[in-house]
Design a protein around this ligand. Structure first.
Ligand code: CIZ
Ligand code: SF4
Length: 357
């Protein structure tokens, strides 16, 4: 790695990355998650949520996919990628505390307890925000992955078969989905000590009690404060926020849905947004004719671990690997042990959403 990288300015990194993008052409794809900072998003060939990025990456002709997001997302892209595609992440330490709140051992124990207590077949559904072991766990039990855009559709699919859904790791996405399906009174929850709250026997959804600290921080008073200051304000929040916050909001949606709602709002609209702060900041830059306010400025420090510098380093590593045969750094390791089940659960989601099967 050339030392020249350590002293470059942001503009120099941006020039370097843009030049390399031109040289690589279609063999390099930079995927940028909505929660990335503005400079990184501008360098993305595709910008989107984790689902869109994983699918677009796998469909692309790129041999090298550099995933600007957190590790579980890059892992999702790797699972769907073809055998020739290499997926890199500029900082392997970009984790997600929510994804760490459950593991296969705990999930299996919880599933066994719930299966004994329930009158129905228990089907596991895991939020995209999870590692490959959890996706694999779902795949092997004929369950599915879901995202915040399609959780309602996925859960409904299993409820329509007369089954009960064990949903993890995010409690809030689970309960907000239950509210949409009008079954929030028919839910129970279970925590990492395997303590159960509620009656599992007849529950339609049993929720793990994980959470996202970035979204948990939004409160009812944040909404009330903004409403006091701006009479006509619309409140838009992510479903990882609490049920109480969601209930006071005009729109509850995933990042893709929030982006669309802001884009489609009339010029001059005032909106208070409750989701990751870098994304909210970008909305205000992309739509300068609208007033976009943070419900509270809450950042995901793991997303911020991806920088112009380590993105440039990832690209340089591909070049060094091609020119001098040095090892390709920043590559997401193969998730061989969990790949089959994880792929099955991801494909199940795609089938339900795209095929209505
Ligand atoms: O699925 C994603 O990318 C995340 C983290 C949130 C969302 O709503 O898109
Ligand atoms: Fe994880 Fe929350 Fe960061 Fe998303 S915003 S990556 S759920 S910590």
């Amino acid at each position: 790695m050339k030392n020249l990288f350590s002293n470059m300015t942001d503009d120099q990194y941006i020039d370097y990355i843009n030049n390399k993008k031109k040289e690589f052409g279609k063999s390099l794809a930079i995927l940028a998650h909505h929660y990335q900072n503005y400079d990184i998003v501008k360098l993305g060939d595709v910008v989107g949520d984790s689902y869109k990025l994983a699918v677009e990456g796998s469909k692309s002709e790129a041999e090298f996919i550099v995933f600007c997001g957190v590790r579980f997302m890059a892992e999702g892209a790797k699972i769907l990628a073809n055998a020739k595609q290499k997926v890199l992440i500029p900082d392997i330490m970009a984790g997600c505390p929510m994804a760490d709140m459950i593991n296969i051992d705990l999930a299996q124990k919880a599933y066994d307890i719930l299966s004994k207590r329930s009158n129905k077949k228990i089907r596991p559904v895991v939020y995209m925000n999870s590692y490959a072991d959890m996706k694999h766990f779902c795949g092997t039990l004929d369950g599915s992955v879901c995202t915040s855009s399609n959780a309602k559709k996925i859960v409904e699919y299993y409820l329509n078969k007369g089954e009960s859904v064990f949903f993890f790791p995010d409690y809030n996405l689970g309960i907000n989905t239950a509210v949409l399906l009008n079954i929030d009174k028919d839910t129970a929850s279970i925590n990492k000590n395997l303590q159960i709250v509620g009656d599992v026997s007849n529950s339609k959804m049993i929720l793990w009690d994980g959470y996202c600290h970035v979204h948990k921080t939004f409160t009812i008073s944040d909404i009330e404060n903004l409403k006091r200051q701006y009479e006509n304000i619309k409140i838009i929040v992510h479903p990882e926020c609490s049920k109480e916050v969601a209930a006071l909001s005009d729109v509850v949606g995933s990042t893709e849905q929030i982006y669309k709602a802001v884009k489609e709002a009339e010029s001059g609209s005032i909106m208070g947004i409750g989701t990751e702060g870098s994304f909210v900041e970008r909305l205000s830059k992309d739509f300068p004719d609208k007033t976009i306010l943070h419900l509270k400025d809450s950042r995901c420090f793991n997303m911020l671990k991806i920088t112009l510098k380590n993105l440039a380093h990832s690209i340089q590593s591909i070049i060094d690997n091609q020119n001098a045969g040095t090892p390709l750094k920043f590559e997401i390791p193969e998730v061989a042990l969990y790949k089959e089940g994880a792929k099955k659960a991801l494909n199940k989601m795609i089938d339900i959403v795209e095929g209505g099967k």
